[in-house]
Structure formats: C-alpha cells, structure tokens
Design a binder for this molecule. Structure first.
Ligand code: NI
Length: 226
C-alpha cells in the first residue's frame, strides 16, 4: 500500500529546509547494505553536517502532527531522517531492497516496516528522479510536489530513476511500525479512514460507530507488538 501526504511541510518549513540544504556540503555516503550500495549513485548530508539536527527536528515535528500518517504507519520507532541529492553524475539509485535492520543512535535495532520519501524540490525544476516502487499491487512511479511525502512497505523493490536535468532533493526515513504485517496495517488504515468519514456523517455518539471503533481497537491490540 502506497499512501501520499500532501503538504506535510508548511511553506515556511519547506523554505527553511531549502535554505539549510543549499548551504550544506554533500558527500557520497555509505548508508546502504552492500548490495544496495552497488546500485547507489547519489549524495547525502553527512552525519556531522551542522544543520542536520535542526532539519531532522523539522521533519519529525511534521510527521507527528499528521494524524493520517500516524494512522497509516502506526509508528513505533523512527530512524533519524536523512537527506539526499540527485544531480549530475550522482543522479540515480538503481533497483534495490532496503535493509531490514537499521540501528538507532543508542545502538538498539529497528526493523524497517515503512519507508518514506519526503520530496523537497519543485518537480518542474528537474527531469526524471521518479521514485519507482514495485509492491503487491503493481508498479508505481511517484514524483510529488515539494513538501509532500509518500510511504510504502519497506520490503518493496524500488529505484530512483536518473535525474537528467536540475537536482532532486529529498528526505528519506524508515519506521518500525507497531503492526509488522503490511496487510494488517492496510486493513487498519482503511478501517480508520472509513470510521473518520462515518464520524463526520453521523457524529461521535452513534452507537454502531462506538462499537466499530471498539472493534478497530480490538484488532489493533491483537496485531500490535510494542
Ligand atoms: Ni531504498
């Protein structure tokens, strides 16, 4: 299941991130597993980049204020977001699968269940650079407006197509979800969306809505692990 979130960043946040990224020094960075590394041809903000902590806080604040994102991903742990740049000779990332295990700064492990790409460049300013994802529902090309984000199951094979004009800046991150199984997460998300619409139509107090909300929580309790 792919889900997109429009305008996750406010225009002010997008401008602040853009200014910080424009004055940062980029580096080839080896954040992928050995197989993925062979396919990786992009630049990344290094860990010691002075602006990185504030950029990470900005993205984390945006994630935490999106109820739809919380409902779709049901995050338990989030790996600190990273930032990458595709341009010139370093302009693509071939087909690969992301590593299942990542490590948090405190050394604890994180299982990647949900991957996210937050687009930071105006799509009219560059050619190519689509995020190409294969999941159980087929093949998808994703290129979103600056400030918008896509999430997809971390087990999906994916690539970033070559950027042939301009530059593509993006933020990417991984989440461990409280619900490991992708299909269970999808059922919960679709149920939650339907519940939100029913609440708008019938009000919070409708007895069947109260019952269905209870069932949503029963399923979440049954499927979650945290
Ligand atoms: Ni990847």
């Amino acid at each position: 299941m792919l889900v997109t979130f429009d305008n996750l960043l406010t225009p002010a946040e997008l401008a602040a991130a853009g200014e910080q990224l424009a004055r940062s020094t980029w580096a080839p960075h080896q954040s992928a597993g050995p197989q993925a590394l062979l396919a990786k041809r992009n630049l990344q903000l290094p860990e010691d980049c002075p602006g990185l902590p504030e950029l990470r806080r900005l993205v984390m604040r945006a994630l935490n204020r999106s109820p739809l994102l919380l409902s779709a991903a049901l995050p338990n742990k989030v790996l600190p977001p990273n930032f990458n740049r595709y341009t010139g000779e370093t302009n693509h990332y071939g087909w690969h699968n992301d590593n299942t295990l990542r490590y948090l700064p405190d050394g604890s492990a994180l299982r990647t269940d949900v991957s996210a790409t937050l687009f930071l460049s105006d799509p009219a300013s560059y050619d190519g650079g689509e995020l190409h994802i294969e999941d159980t529902y087929g093949s998808h090309l994703v290129k979103l407006p600056a400030g918008s984000m896509v999430i997809y199951p971390s087990g999906s094979r994916h690539e970033v197509r070559p950027v042939t004009r301009g530059e593509r800046l993006a933020c990417y991150l991984f989440m461990q979800s409280v619900v490991k199984d992708t299909e269970c997460r999808r059922h919960l998300y679709e149920m939650d969306l339907a519940l939100m619409r029913l609440r708008q139509r019938h009000g919070e107090a409708d007895p069947d809505l109260v019952r269905l909300t209870g069932l949503y929580n029963d399923l979440l309790r049954r499927w979650s692990d945290c």
